[in-house]
Design a protein around this ligand. Structure first.
Ligand code: 1VU
Length: 289
């Protein structure tokens, strides 16, 4: 992996390395039924507050973060998956850190530890061999805005808003959000968005390239269905091919050229002459329609 001047402490974020054996990361060959939902388990409960901890916000926030990590580990083990949608509850994507909890986490060391934990979790999330979509219903603020940048795509509803409010809180986005936003919209736009703590409505978000599309409905269920249809166009096909594509795009983004090329060779070797490839050749598909 290419060294950067300002890398986080090595223990905080796992380094992307090429798959140890070609088949290891892209071995899923079981077909995902087209009826199977590509959704993150968030639809089945997601990262919810642990109500047993309601009396102690700091613990409650910690529990939610651990739950997020658990979900990521679950997804790392979901070998037949192709895509996922991250969404919030009650028409709100995520309003960031629990402001009550952070009152009890006032030292610089607390902030850095939180940051390292979230950098690690979100980097693992970003590297999943799944195509991920943030469905932004309502507000995505602070850490919630950062979470959207860990997804491959962002869909907004007409009434949604993304806002990196960190400056107003006297901090910077440090859950990997600054680095990822810069990669998504470039450094000039990122500087404007962060230093202005700009309210990004869907039209502005689409214009500057943080949003990929504005959905038609702001209704929670309808927008979710729209998002599912949107994602479907990118995940139709055999899981091993979709997962391989995501893997090589991730390595193209993160690795030095020689390593990225080597990854492409390794991943290709798991597909060339495989079932999907042989079937496509046998069908003599034409792409002229
Ligand atoms: C990584 C670092 C970070 O994440 S820094 C960013 C931290 N987040 C924030 O500063 C957001 C603060 N919240 C707000 O600005 C507003 O509550 C937003 C999200 C815009 C929602 O406004 P509105 O729709 O009018 O609802 P509201 O303010 O009445 O809130 C409903 C209840 O939810 C609560 N809430 C909201 N956000 C948080 C939060 N981050 N931490 C803790 N509690 C939060 C509100 O306090 C309110 O609670 P209650 O109903 O008054 O008990």
């Amino acid at each position: 992996m290419a060294e950067r001047a300002l890398v986080p402490p090595s223990e905080s974020v796992p380094r992307l390395t090429r798959p140890p054996s070609p088949a290891a990361d892209v071995g899923a060959s079981a077909a995902l039924s087209e009826k199977q939902s590509p959704l993150l388990p968030s639809q089945q409960g997601g990262v919810q507050p642990d109500h047993q901890n309601e009396g102690n916000p700091a613990t409650s926030q910690g529990v939610m973060m651990l739950q997020l990590l658990e979900r990521v580990i679950e997804l790392e083990n979901w070998k037949e998956g192709k895509g996922l949608i991250v969404c919030g509850a009650k028409n709100t994507f995520c309003s960031g850190s629990d402001l009550n909890a952070v009152k009890g986490l006032g030292t610089s060391q607390d902030g850095v530890e939180l940051c390292m934990f979230m950098q690690n979790t979100l980097t693992r999330f970003m590297r999943l061999p799944l195509i991920s979509v943030a469905l932004i219903q309502g507000r995505a603020m602070g850490g919630g805005a950062e979470l959207t940048t860990a997804c491959n795509f962002r869909l907004m509803t007409p009434s949604s808003e993304i806002r990196f409010v960190h400056k107003e809180m006297g901090i910077i986005p440090s859950w990997g959000g600054t680095a990822r936003l810069t990669e998504i919209i470039g450094s000039r736009q990122t500087l404007k968005v962060l230093s202005g703590a700009l309210k990004l409505d869907p039209t502005v978000a689409l214009k500057i390239g943080i949003a990929d599309e504005i959905l038609q409905s702001s209704d929670e269920d309808q927008s979710l269905q729209e998002a599912q249809r949107w994602l479907q166009q990118f995940i139709s096909g055999p899981p091993e091919v979709i997962r391989a594509l995501k893997t090589v795009v991730s390595s193209g983004k993160e690795l030095a050229l020689e390593e990225a090329l080597e990854t492409e060779r390794d991943v290709l070797s798991t597909l060339w002459g495989g079932p999907a490839n042989l079937q496509a050749i046998a069908k003599q598909i034409k792409f002229n329609k």
